[in-house]
Design a protein around this ligand. Structure first.
Ligand code: ZN
Length: 342
């Protein structure tokens, strides 16, 4: 069965040439896809905008009204990082709709797995606040819509963006139907995502944060994922795996302090692909978040798509010659202290 991609030229209307989160990001992804020769093997699906009801299942109406109104008046700034253009409302609702559509395509059996290649990104948008380049939380809207409509009872979201997915965490912090796992550099924007943040109420173990030391690379990331994130997925047994796929942990990224390689991203994607195959019939949807070095972004998205197509991550390159920070103690602490892993 096929791998689907969902993207739309209208995402380019949300752009600011002086900002790292700009239209050229998806242009770079599209060029890399063309050069890869993968395009004929991918099923290209057109997204629809998320409905107001789908957005309201995650977001407060005041946030939606603010973004829509700001766009209708020609745009502006929500904060120092987060801009709105006259096309941003259309782009944001289409981005959330693409994430919803990607899940629908996988659940209906139209494709085996899917990648929503969207902008603006979403994982910093909380229920009540647009922030960190994000207007609407695309992956949260998709997860909520799935739980509401499909009859699924457990959805997992893994966030490998270099920044903590604070908005996604907030949306599901007290919801035991959604396991949210995030690996992120610390300290870094937005400053949340401490290991001690594990969920609340009946959902006291369904948030797993693994804050990571700067300069972590392929070896450390693989160790963290094999020993914590994948184990948490096995315990939770999701019926669908969603991934906030941010490529700003790449060593070439101008915003992220990490050292993942393109091959490292492929191997990370393979771990998640294998977990989905083992736990939920392969049902896997990636939703694009960050990634600001255009070449690294394009190459890493292509590398992830090769994995989704079943090609594997390719040969493992020689290990890096520099010494990565040691995450052995961190992993042991997470395994000993998180209720889902104990
Ligand atoms: Zn990021």
């Amino acid at each position: 069965m096929a791998t689907a991609i969902l993207t739309d030229a209208r995402f380019a209307g949300h752009t600011n040439p002086r900002h790292v989160e700009r239209a050229e990001r998806l242009t770079a992804v599209n060029h890399a896809l063309d050069a890869s020769g993968l395009r004929p093997r991918l099923q290209s699906l057109s997204p629809r905008p998320a409905t107001r009801a789908e957005l309201l299942a995650v977001h407060q109406p005041t946030l939606l009204d603010l973004v829509e109104r700001m766009a209708s008046f020609g745009g502006g700034h929500i904060d120092g990082d987060t801009y709105v253009t006259e096309a941003s409302w259309e782009a944001a609702t289409l981005a959330a709709g693409a994430a919803v559509g990607a899940v629908e395509a996988v659940l209906s059996g139209q494709c085996a797995n899917a990648f929503a290649l969207v902008r603006p990104p979403g994982h910093h948008a909380t229920p009540g606040q647009a922030m960190g380049f994000c207007l609407v939380n695309n992956i949260a809207v998709a997860a909520r819509a799935t739980l509401g409509q499909s009859g699924l009872q457990r959805v997992a979201i893994v966030d490998f963006d270099v920044h903590h997915g604070n908005g996604t965490q907030d949306a599901f912090y007290d919801d035991s139907a959604v396991l949210f796992c995030s690996t992120h550099a610390a300290p870094l924007y937005p400053g949340t995502g401490a290991f001690s943040e594990m969920g609340s109420g009946l959902a006291k173990s369904t948030t797993l944060n693994v804050p990571l030391p700067y300069y972590l690379g392929d070896t450390g990331y693989m160790h963290v994922y094999e020993q914590t994130i994948i184990l948490a997925l096995r315990r939770f047994r999701p019926q669908l795996l969603l991934v906030s796929a941010g490529y700003d942990a790449h060593g070439d990224d101008p915003l992220g302090p990490m050292s993942l390689s393109t091959s490292g991203y492929a191997r990370l994607t393979q771990l998640l692909y294998d977990a989905a195959a083992e736990l939920c019939d392969g049902r896997l949807v990636l939703v694009l978040e960050g990634g600001y070095d255009l070449d690294a972004l394009g190459a890493s998205v292509v590398a992830s798509l090769r994995v989704l197509l079943g090609e594997g991550p390719g040969p493992t390159p020689h290990p890096a010659t520099y010494h990565e920070p040691d995450v052995g103690q961190l992993v042991e602490r997470v395994k000993a202290q998180h209720p889902l892993l104990r």
